[in-house]
Design a protein around this ligand. Structure first.
Ligand SMILES: [Zn+2]
Length: 311
């Protein structure tokens, strides 16, 4: 399995259009020791030809153009992108679906709750259903493993298992709809392996962009993986409140702060550990900061757009 990080920032990207925090200002001024980042987007493939997107970011058009593997190969209209797997219904995770219309066949794997929010309540997503055989939707439920398939139903050889991580639906979901939805289908993490891998250990990817809390069961799951892409949204719980003067804590927004993750995951030895979904306010983005040093000293890496891994 090949894993590509096309984008590594949280919603809003880095810099964020309306943000003048220390990081965003320094980046624009050219004095920042660190890289700009687009909104979190990961793509995976088993055979190098057929790719699956984990989420569909608002930056997807530019992310596809900067990734030659995802450019059309055969004929006038074609894409190596076979499907999308949705972890939640957040705008920064689903808006890119609208960029994938153009009558291109595609399969979207989602929980029934996320599918209903997008298809039944938001008519714009009807643009993905203009002709027969355009977008095929397949429901999945945690924790049953499911194969990632293309629009025609062909099995890619990739197996995905969803873990229910959070119970909060996005603010745009209406109250009456919210009451009809299963809270356990709101926010997922994925563990993915190649079914065809010859290796008996079957290397596994864990994709966890939004983790509100960590229990022992989840720790065990993470320690059985080889590559861990983990929620690096905020450094501290009160990060946004300190910068903006008001707002929600990281935990209220469904993210364990990085400074706590470093302690809680200190015992996890097997996987290569990488933070992604990093908010532009996070001090660890600054490579000259003590927070950056602390993360690196703890054996973690901080994802950059364009990184690639082979499992
Ligand atoms: Zn900022």
């Amino acid at each position: 399995m090949r894993v590509k990080i096309l984008g590594s920032a949280a919603g809003g990207a880095f810099p964020q259009w309306n943000c003048a925090c220390t990081n965003c200002r320094a980046l624009r001024a050219g004095t920042f020791q660190g890289k700009p980042r687009s909104q979190t987007q990961v793509a995976i493939t088993e055979d190098g030809r057929s790719w699956f997107l984990l989420g569909a970011s608002p930056d997807l058009r530019a992310q596809i153009e900067s990734t030659p593997e995802l450019h059309p190969r055969d004929g006038l209209r074609q894409s190596p992108i076979a499907g999308v797997v949705l972890a939640n219904a957040d705008l920064d995770h689903v808006l890119g679906l609208l960029l994938l219309r153009e009558l291109q066949p595609l399969r979207v794997h989602a929980t029934a709750s996320v599918r209903r929010i997008l298809r039944e309540d938001n008519s714009m997503f009807g643009m993905l259903q203009r002709i027969p055989n355009q977008t095929a939707w397949t429901d999945f439920a945690s924790p049953t493993p499911f194969p990632l398939c293309n629009a025609a139903g062909e099995d890619s050889g990739l197996r995905c298992r969803a873990l229910s991580l959070g119970t909060h639906y996005p603010a745009y979901v209406a109250t009456d709809r919210r009451s009809q939805l299963d809270p356990g289908e709101a926010s997922l993490g994925f563990i993915i392996h190649s079914h065809r891998s010859d290796s008996p250990s079957r290397p596994r990817l864990a994709y966890m962009p939004a983790v509100p809390e960590l229990d022992n069961a989840l720790l065990q799951q993470l320690d059985s993986c080889d590559l861990l892409l983990f929620d690096g949204t905020f450094w501290s719980d009160d990060e946004l409140i300190r910068i903006q003067g008001s707002g929600q804590t990281a935990r209220q927004m469904g993210h364990i702060p990085v400074e706590d993750v470093l302690t809680k995951l200190a015992g996890i030895r097997r996987p290569r550990k990488i933070f992604l979904h990093i908010n532009n306010t996070n001090p660890m983005l600054d490579e000259a900061s003590p927070e950056h040093r602390q993360v690196r000293d703890a054996g973690w890496e901080i994802a950059e757009d364009g990184w690639q891994f082979d499992l």
